[in-house]
Ligand binder design. Structure first.
Ligand SMILES: Cc1cc2nc3c(=O)[nH]c(=O)nc-3n(C[C@H](O)[C@H](O)[C@H](O)COP(=O)(O)O)c2cc1C
Length: 180
């Protein structure tokens, strides 16, 4: 078992891949690990569409056309995380829809599981969501929450240093943050 910190440091936003597809057996292992993720009322309101650029070049072009970045073209496996708003739990007191909360947890588990298996990933949310949904024939209550390119990091990839806010900026020790 890897140390949690070690695994968290190994997961980074990989923006250069060597172009090899991830084979199905490995993808199944990654998903089996990732799907231990929790979800509100255990609804698991998600589906994952896996598009392989080698077997489905047209599908890959649809994705690349909805987030036009040269680096995205270096990946050949794309995972679309699709949330289902009708399956997700809605909090009774105010109706808050937990689709995005659940999908965020699942996607990050997926990224960590992929890192554990030596694969790179990157969260992508800045895509043209209406265009992608239309081109893939997806409609409400389903929503594409994120695109996750997944693959083998390009040769020579160096994991960038993590830049994070210091703990004193983000932790409030009690209601008054330690001030009496
Ligand atoms: C919800 C979310 C959306 C993101 N969307 C994008 C994106 O559209 N394009 C991109 O290149 N990176 C995207 N990122 C990656 C972040 O820029 C990255 O996680 C952050 O800079 C920290 O770097 P690290 O992942 O290497 O630790 C996204 C990350 C998250 C969590």
């Amino acid at each position: 078992m890897k140390d949690f910190r070690e695994l968290s440091l190994k997961r980074f936003s990989c923006r250069a891949y060597d172009g090899r597809s991830v084979d199905r057996t490995l993808l199944e292992k990654v998903f089996a690990d990732a799907m231990l993720a929790p979800s509100a009322v255990n609804r698991q309101p998600w589906k994952f569409m896996i598009i392989d650029a080698v077997s489905d070049p047209e599908g890959a072009e649809i994705i690349r056309g909805c987030y036009e970045r040269e680096w995205l073209r270096t990946a050949s496996t794309y995972i679309l995380a699709i949330g289902n708003h009708a399956e997700a739990w809605h909090r009774p007191c105010d109706g808050k829809d937990h689709t995005e909360v659940d999908l965020s947890i699942a996607v990050e588990h997926l990224c960590l599981a992929a890192a554990d298996h030596g694969l790179g990933t990157c969260w992508v949310c800045n895509f043209n969501a209406p265009k992608l949904s239309e081109e893939l024939g997806l409609k409400a209550p389903e929503e594409i929450i994120a695109i996750i390119p997944m693959g083998y990091p390009a040769e020579g990839t160096v994991i960038p240093e993590k830049k994070r806010k210091p703990l004193e900026e983000i932790i409030m020790w009690g209601r008054n943050n330690g001030v009496k």
